[in-house]
Design a protein around this ligand. Structure first.
Ligand code: ZN
Length: 346
């Protein structure tokens, strides 16, 4: 960095996503001494980024970057580039000359929920169990306050999951309320509780592992990082970072550690109880949603709305332009997942 004296007017710009671990020598005055924090793009940013990447692919005239931007809250620039790329691949795979909105919808589902593994053979028994599990997530998601609308529920295996319930926030959200977080925890347990109700405590599967991990992480963060525990108050309880990995020390006492564990347990137990109540009160919907999943394998937000209202389930909808994201119909809930990923899947 030194030795540029003869080159006044040369400005060096660099990018990193780990500004916290940069060598201090790099950050001395005269070197990289200014930092500009670039956050995730908002809806207008996403639209512009999409337009840049779309220049390289032949687009159907109905493709609308603004609609896609609306349906991709939380996507980074790289993820948007990937979305355009995946959509182009989808179109190429079905020998289409132009990339359509449908391809973008499929590409987004693939990125958010993992690739479909239609070839994976699941036994009928496993499929039914998965249907109950996912219906459990979806029903609790529709009933807890301030939760994101259900976008899709599927029992087609995607990525490592046997089934996926996908919630999509309605718009860009930059913080979450306590109520929203508690709802997320309840929803995470919906799958396991549904299994338990049908198969009994001994019959449940290991399918809820990532749900449990997710719920525990939120509850722990609420207590230790976000100041949302009445008992402990708005303090940070974390690891002081050591010079070398693994040499960090806790900044709280063993006694506090016990209180943290208790508080986390209280939050989890409350949310578990709420989810259980919702499912027990709506056991008939659990059954009918399981049936719908066995029939269609994937159900969309309109079909979920029918099931929740105990109406006859309409057939899956034909794709149309207003559908991308289609998160505006259930207007009673909103938000975004607090940790990891642009949207919530279970
Ligand atoms: Zn689950």
């Amino acid at each position: 960095m030194d030795g540029f004296e003869g080159n006044d007017g040369v400005i060096i710009i660099a990018a990193t996503n780990r500004a916290d671990v940069l060598d201090r020598a790099l950050l001395r005055p005269g070197r990289f001494d200014r930092q500009v924090y670039v956050g995730l793009p908002d809806i207008r940013g996403r639209e512009q980024i999409l337009k840049v990447h779309m220049r390289k692919v032949p687009l159907d005239e109905r493709v609308s970057p603004s609609i896609i931007a609306r349906g991709t809250p939380g996507f980074s620039g790289a993820e948007l580039a990937n979305l355009v790329n995946e959509a182009a691949l989808m179109a190429a795979r079905s020998n289409k000359r132009l990339v359509t909105m449908e391809d973008f919808e499929q590409a987004r589902d693939k990125i958010m929920m993992g690739a479909e593994r239609k070839s994976m053979v699941m036994s009928e028994k496993e499929k039914i169990m998965t249907a109950y599990h996912e219906a459990g997530h979806a029903i609790v998601g529709c009933l807890v306050p301030e939760h994101d609308p259900v976008h899709k529920v599927t029992i087609i295996p995607r990525g490592r999951a046997l089934g996926v319930t996908h919630f999509l926030p309605e718009d860009d959200k930059y913080s979450q309320s306590r109520l929203h977080l508690l709802g997320n925890i309840s929803v995470a347990y919906g799958g396991r509780i549904a299994e338990e109700m049908i198969y009994g405590a001994d019959g449940v599967s290991t399918g809820a592992m990532s749900d449990i991990e997710y719920a525990t992480r939120i509850a722990r963060s609420m207590v230790t990082r976000w100041g949302l525990s009445d008992k402990l108050g708005p303090l940070l309880f974390g690891e002081e970072q050591g010079v070398y990995p693994g040499t960090g020390t806790k900044n709280y006492s063993p006694a506090t550690s016990k209180i943290i564990d208790d508080e986390v347990k209280i939050i989890i137990d409350d949310c578990y109880g709420i989810a259980k109540k919702h499912l027990e009160d709506n056991r008939d919907i659990l059954e009918s949603m399981k049936d719908a999943l066995m029939e269609y394998e994937t159900i969309d937000s309109d079909q979920v709305a029918d099931l929740m209202a105990r109406r006859q389930v309409r057939p899956p909808r034909e794709w149309n332009d207003d559908d991308f994201g289609d998160t505006t119909k259930n207007t009673d809930v909103s938000g975004e997942s607090p940790i990891g990923g642009p949207a919530n899947t279970h």
